[in-house]
Design a protein around this ligand. Structure first.
Ligand code: FAD
Length: 465
C-alpha cells in the first residue's frame, strides 16, 4: 500500500463539481489530490451526459431543420447518416474537453489518482486502482461522487433495456424504441433516436412532459412532438418482459392501457446519488432518506471537515450547480467567506424547440399563493421567430405584484437555453418589468420576446396585433 500524506484537500470524484473544486482549491494555494475512478476526468457530464448528448443532438437538430426548410423552397434529399462518423465526432469532442482538463490539472500541480476512493476514517481515504492501493491523508475532503441512473425495480438485466449511458453509445438503432420517462433526458434521447430513424414511444407517469416546468410552456413542444412520437402521459409501466427479439411492455394509463412490443427500452426515470459503499457511514456522515449527503450553504456536511457538492447533495442535478457548489467548498476550506445561495439555477431541455425556465414557475407561485403579474409573449408575433420559421414558441415572465420584481421566467423556442440568462441576471439584480422594458433590445431578435413579455406587464404593450 502506497501511503501519501500532506494534502490540504482530497476531492473524491472528478466530474464538473470535483474538478472545479480541485482547480479553485489549487488556485487558492492548497495542495490537492483529485481521485477519479474513470480513466478520464469530466464525470457524467463530459463522458456520458451533457456533452455527448449535445453533440448528438446537434446532428439531430440540423437534420430536423433541413427537413423543415421545404417551406422556404429549399429541399434536401434524405440524410445519409454514418453512425461511426457521428460517434467519432462525439468522441473527439469528449477527448478534446477531457484532455483540456488534464492540462489544467497538471498546470496547477494537482495530484491525480485513478481509482475508486473509499473513506476509511475522518482523515484517510483508500484509493484502489489499476496500480494498487493508496492510503491518502487529508485535512479536508470534498465529496463529489455524483449520481447514477435509477433503474426500475424488478426489471431484468437485458441488453435491450438501456439507461442513458447505454443509449449514448448508439450500438444499434432500434426500429421501435420505448422511452420510459418524459423528462429532459428522455426527450433529448427521443430526438436523437428519432433523427436516426427509430419510431419513438414515450411513457410518462405524470400528466405532462418535463413535469417541473409549467404545462403551458411545454405545450408548443408537446404539439410538435405528438405528431412524431406516440406520447402516453399519466401512464405507468407495470411490466417489462424481454423476449427473444423484443421487449413486451405492459402499461396502464388514463387514456390507454395495454401491451406493446419494442426493440429497445430506455429507462430515463431519474438519477440517484453515489453515496453507498463509500465508507460514509464509518465517519457518521448524515444522508437524507433518498441517500443524498446533507450539506449547509457552505457545502459542509454533518462532519465539519467533510464537504459535499454536485449531484450527490441533491436536486437540481445539473452540471452548473455542481460547478458553483465546488467553488464554494474550495473557498470555504481556504478560509474565504463564501456561501452557495444563488437566487435561481436555470434548467434547460435541449429539445427542439428548447424549454428553459428559471426562478419560480407559475404553478409554484400559485401553490405559494403569491400575487403575481404575468407577461406572456407568443413567438408567432415575433418578426425574428417568424422569419426563422420558429414561431411555435412562447416567453413568459412573472413579477411579484407587491415589489414589482421578477419572480420567474420560462421560454419555449429556439435557443431558449441561451435566452434564459437575461432572465437569470434580471432575477439576480432584482429587476422590475419597467427595468426590462426600458432596456433596449436589438431588433429583430428572439431576445426581444423577453422584453415584450415584460412590456405587457408594465403596460407599454397593450395589444399584440
Ligand atoms: P458527476 O458528473 O456524476 O461526477 C462524479 C464523478 O465521481 C464520476 O466521474 C464518478 O466516476 C466519480 N466517482 C464516484 N464515486 C467515486 C469514488 N468512490 N471514487 C472515485 N471516483 C468516484 N446537466 C446539465 O447541467 N446540462 C445538461 O445538458 C445535462 N445533460 C445531461 C445528459 C445526460 C444524458 C445525463 C445523464 C446527465 C446530464 N446532466 C446535465 C447532468 C450532469 O451530467 C450532472 O448534473 C453533473 O455531471 C453532476 O456533476 P458532479 O460533479 O456532481 O458528478
Amino acid at each position: 500500500m502506497n501511503e501519501q500524506s500532506g494534502f490540504d484537500v482530497v476531492v473524491l470524484g472528478g466530474g464538473p463539481g470535483g474538478y472545479t473544486a480541485a482547480f479553485r482549491a489549487a488556485d487558492l494555494g492548497l495542495s490537492v489530490c483529485l481521485v477519479e475512478q474513470r480513466e478520464r476526468l469530466g464525470g457524467v457530464c463530459l463522458n456520458v451526459g451533457c456533452i455527448p448528448s449535445k453533440t448528438l443532438l446537434h446532428a439531430a437538430e440540423v437534420i430536423e431543420e433541413a427537413a423543415e426548410l421545404g417551406e422556404y423552397g429549399v429541399t434536401f434529399g434524405a440524410p445519409q447518416i454514418n453512425v461511426d462518423a457521428l460517434l467519432a465526432r462525439k468522441n473527439t469532442v469528449i477527448d478534446q474537453l477531457t484532455s483540456g482538463l488534464d492540462t489544467l490539472c497538471s498546470k496547477r500541480k494537482i495530484t491525480r489518482l485513478n481509482g475508486r476512493g473509499v473513506v476509511e476514517d475522518r482523515s484517510t481515504v483508500v484509493v484502489t486502482g489499476k496500480d494498487g492501493e493508496h492510503r491518502i491523508q487529508f485535512k479536508d475532503i470534498i465529496i463529489a461522487t455524483g449520481s447514477r441512473p435509477f433503474s426500475l425495480p424488478g426489471v431484468a438485466d437485458d441488453p435491450r433495456i438501456w439507461d442513458s449511458t447505454r443509449a449514448l453509445e448508439i450500438n444499434e438503432i432500434p426500429k421501435r424504441l420505448l422511452i420510459i420517462g418524459g423528462g429532459i433526458i428522455g426527450l433529448e434521447m427521443a430526438q436523437i433516436y428519432s433523427a436516426l430513424g427509430s419510431e419513438i414511444t414515450i411513457i410518462e407517469m405524470l400528466d405532462q412532459l418535463i413535469p417541473p416546468a409549467d404545462k403551458d410552456l411545454v405545450q408548443p413542444l408537446f404539439m410538435k412532438l405528438k405528431n412524431r412520437y406516440k406520447i402516453l402521459t399519466a401512464t405507468r409501466v407495470t411490466g417489462m418482459v424481454p423476449g427473444e427479439n423484443s421487449v413486451a411492455v405492459t402499461f396502464e394509463g388514463k387514456k390507454e392501457s395495454g401491451t406493446g412490443e419494442f426493440d429497445a427500452v430506455l429507462v430515463a426515470v431519474g438519477r440517484r446519488p453515489n453515496s453507498a459503499e463509500m465508507g460514509f457511514d464509518k465517519v457518521g456522515l448524515q444522508l437524507d432518506e433518498r441517500g443524498f449527503v446533507t450539506v449547509n450553504d457552505k457545502q459542509r456536511t454533518s462532519v465539519a471537515h467533510f464537504y459535499a457538492i454536485g449531484d450527490v447533495v441533491g436536486e437540481p442535478m445539473l452540471a452548473h450547480k455542481a460547478v458553483h457548489e465546488g467553488k464554494v467548498a474550495a473557498e470555504v476550506i481556504a478560509g474565504h467567506v463564501s456561501v452557495f445561495c444563488p437566487m435561481t439555477i436555470p434548467s434547460v431541455a435541449y429539445t427542439n424547440p428548447e424549454i428553459a425556465w428559471m426562478g419560480m414557475t407559475e404553478k409554484e407561485a400559485k401553490g405559494k399563493k403569491i400575487d403575481y403579474d404575468k407577461g406572456k409573449f407568443p413567438w408567432g408575433a415575433s418578426g425574428r421567430a417568424l422569419s426563422a420559421g420558429v414561431s411555435a414558441g412562447v416567453c413568459k415572465v412573472l413579477f411579484d405584484k407587491e415589489s414589482g420584481r421578477i419572480l420567474g421566467a420560462g421560454i419555449c423556442g429556439k435557443n431558449a437555453g441561451e435566452l434564459i440568462h437575461e432572465a437569470v441576471l434580471a432575477l439576480e439584480m432584482g429587476a422590475t418589468a419597467e427595468d426590462i422594458s426600458l432596456t433596449v433590445h436589438a431588433h429583430p431578435t428572439l431576445a426581444e420576446t423577453f422584453a415584450f413579455a415584460a412590456e405587457i406587464v408594465d403596460g407599454s404593450i397593450t395589444d399584440l396585433l
